[in-house]
Design a protein around this ligand. Structure first.
Ligand code: M6R
Length: 630
């Protein structure tokens, strides 16, 4: 939700003469556009005033606007890409919002919950609003405090002081960035429950919703804590709390290359990220076991005695990450014999869940910023649970607020539809399950070694699927005018069916539903009529035999009612050929690990079909990459 960038460069020419703020900000917005693309806007401070441009729609609209109406060169600027909450995606509601007679510009990510009350107070003071946004209320409040309460005095903190006072009155979740014409060399930012990181340059400093906002310029970053205000100039970074007390952030170095956040010759980020998957799985496995096949999850710094006492696991996540959690449930219960629940994070804390110090709560999140998941983790911690985060984004909020983190190493995921993060999450969840089983002595070490060896073979098997997808792609293109596609799966194939349907919904805007195959006769079979396309994820015939034959029976039942069946099956399963219009084989692998393979054809199918419809698969309508509001 919303991408934010801030920049201050140095005019003295000491270390770095500074870049043109607009160039830095636009480059950052290009990289952050995946966070929201309802509108984009920029503001720079130059010649003693603020100049800004904003435009509804994608960043390209703003670029066109800037072409016709350029901004002056400047060393201080802010920029925003919006995912609309308060007020539609119009030019007027686009950020930045101005206040203090146009001398102050503010951008915002999040929701100001008490905006209506504050707006009334400001209206009573004669403030005139130009938009329907909560952001403009925050801007007006900040402007009012700066001009009327602090009398525009820049000597005693100025804009930073005004930001402290404003934040003391704001409720909700927000990252705010502000620039003021009276303090041309400064960007001030505030953070509560919404992401913000500082980029440390030489003679220049940066702010971003995440590090991709400044990755072209520096890999040195600072994590900020909750309820903090940061003031950057070209040569300084000053952090305080909302009351002015000094605070320190945690410095770290970004370990990925800017090139890994480029399309690398693929037509979309999604396509590229599907092809990144062998690497995403391999990197997530790397260094997590020793030569004897023992898991060495050193980063899980939780007292082993506490983990031995765990009597329940709750996996919390949203969307695709929750489907990774469902896969985890099958594996963890199988290996550890610990009852494992999977719950959508937004449902969890509103139902008075039973959680105590023997409960292990595992959150799964690519971004580490999903507000629903963050709030659920906080709640679980308050109830005394042990919290472990499986996360792809270094330094993000959820891992920081958890007792321990197991990072997935999928690299930056830019496409809104999650692909490589999903496989990496499943991989990390397997590792966690095996680690717990090792610790608690649930399975023999030889068995763990075997599973790790099987996991080690997965990247090459994914590559094989990627290399032999021609027929699948053709099928996807031929189905671009379908109105509905159903997905069936059983056991670990069930979450795969759910994920296949979600991919199609979010990028191809096509009605798609995933069902547990066993549920068919309890209702969904009524959806089947002549020509209805159905993908079926068939379990391995080498697994529980009955499971395979039951799914084959399900296929027969729907075919008898006119369904066209596309089957994902394991190599060697010749029997299914008789029951399917199309069979897509994946290499043999142990049944529990199958989702790492069977998901891939469904991702390719969705991506190809959406592209054939002419849709922007990376930036599907109405969505944003990280959902940082509840
Ligand atoms: O960043 P997170 O993994 O916490 O995000 C969770 C969901 O919002 C995310 O998986 C979403 O469902 C994706 N768009 C699915 O492709």
């Amino acid at each position: 939700m919303c991408g934010i960038v801030g920049y201050v460069g140095n005019s003295s020419g000491r270390v770095n003469a500074g870049h043109n703020a607009l160039d830095v900000v636009l480059e950052g917005l290009r990289r952050l556009e995946y966070r929201g693309y309802d509108s984009a806007g920029v503001a720079v401070v130059a010649d003693g005033r603020i100049s800004s441009r904003k435009k509804s729609g994608k960043l390209s609209n703003l670029l066109d606007e800037l072409e016709g109406s350029p901004l002056p060169d400047s060393l201080t600027g802010i920029g925003h890409t919006r995912w609309a909450t308060h007020g539609g995606p119009t030019d007027r509601n686009a950020h930045p919002h101005l206040a203090d007679d146009g001398r102050l510009a503010v951008i915002h990510n999040g929701i100001i919950e008490n905006f209506a009350e504050l707006k009334q107070q400001l209206l009573a003071k004669g403030v005139v609003f130009a938009s329907e946004t909560d952001t403009e209320v925050a801007a007006a409040l900040l402007g009012d405090i700066f001009r009327n309460q602090l009398k525009g005095n820049t000597a005693d903190g100025g804009l930073a002081k005004a930001m402290q006072l404003a934040c003391q009155r704001l409720q909700g979740a927000f990252t705010l960035l502000a620039v003021h014409a009276d303090q041309p060399d400064v960007v001030v930012a505030a953070r509560r429950n919404s992401p913000l990181v500082v980029g440390l340059g030489e003679g220049e400093n940066f702010l971003g919703s995440d590090v991709s906002g400044f990755i072209d310029y520096t890999r040195k970053a600072i994590e900020l804590g909750q309820d903090q205000i940061v003031t950057i100039t070209a040569g300084s970074v000053e952090i305080t709390d909302f009351f002015g007390a000094p605070a320190v952030g945690k410095e770290y170095t970004v370990d990925w290359d800017p090139a890994s956040a480029e399309k690398g010759g693929f037509s979309s980020f999604m396509e590229k990220e599907i092809h990144d998957q062998p690497d995403a799985v391999a990197q997530t496995l790397l260094g997590r076991s020793d030569l004897n096949g023992r898991l060495t999850l050193d980063e899980l710094r939780i007292d082993p005695q506490l983990l031995k006492k765990v009597d329940k696991i709750i996996v919390l996540a949203c969307g695709t990450a929750a489907y990774a959690g469902l896969v985890a449930k099958y594996a963890i219960e199988n290996w550890c014999r610990i009852p494992t629940e999977v719950e959508l994070a937004h449902e969890f804390r509103y139902r008075d869940p039973i959680v105590d110090s023997n409960t292990l709560v595992v959150s799964i999140s690519q971004s580490g910023e999903t507000m629903d998941t963050l709030m659920a983790v906080r709640y679980a911690r308050e109830q005394g649970a042990i919290t472990v985060s499986i996360c792809n984004t270094n330094g993000s909020t959820i891992p920081r607020e958890s007792d321990a983190v197991l990072y997935t190493h999928a690299g930056p995921e830019i496409a809104v539809a999650s692909t490589k993060a999903f496989l990496a999450q499943i991989t990390a969840a397997y590792l966690l399950g095996l680690y717990l089983a090792q610790l608690r002595g649930n399975i023999f070490s030889g068995q763990i070694k075997d599973v790790l060896a099987d996991l080690g073979k997965i990247p090459a098997k994914i590559q094989k699927i990627l290399d032999s997808a021609t027929e699948l792609r053709e099928l996807a293109r031929s189905m671009k005018d379908e109105k509905s596609v159903l997905f069936l799966g059983r056991h670990v194939g069930f979450p795969v069916a759910l994920e296949g349907a979600l991919k199609l919904k979010e990028i191809a805007y096509l009605h798609a539903e995933g069902f547990a195959a066993g549920e068919l006769k309890h209702g969904p079979i009524a959806l089947i009529d002549e020509g209805q396309p159905v993908f079926v994820v068939v379990p391995s015939p080498r697994g529980r035999e009955s499971l395979h034959s039951k799914v084959v029976s399900n296929i027969q039942e729907i075919r008898a009612r006119g369904a066209r069946t596309m089957v994902i099956a394991e190599e060697g399963d010749e029997a299914v050929r008789n029951y399917a219009e199309h069979v897509f084989y994946v290499p043999e692998t142990p049944p529990l690990l199958m989702p790492l393979l069977t998901t891939v054809p469904l991702q390719i199918f969705a991506c190809e079909l959406a592209a054939a419809k002419g849709y922007d698969v990376d930036q599907p309508r109405n969505l944003a990459k990280s959902v940082t509001v509840e």
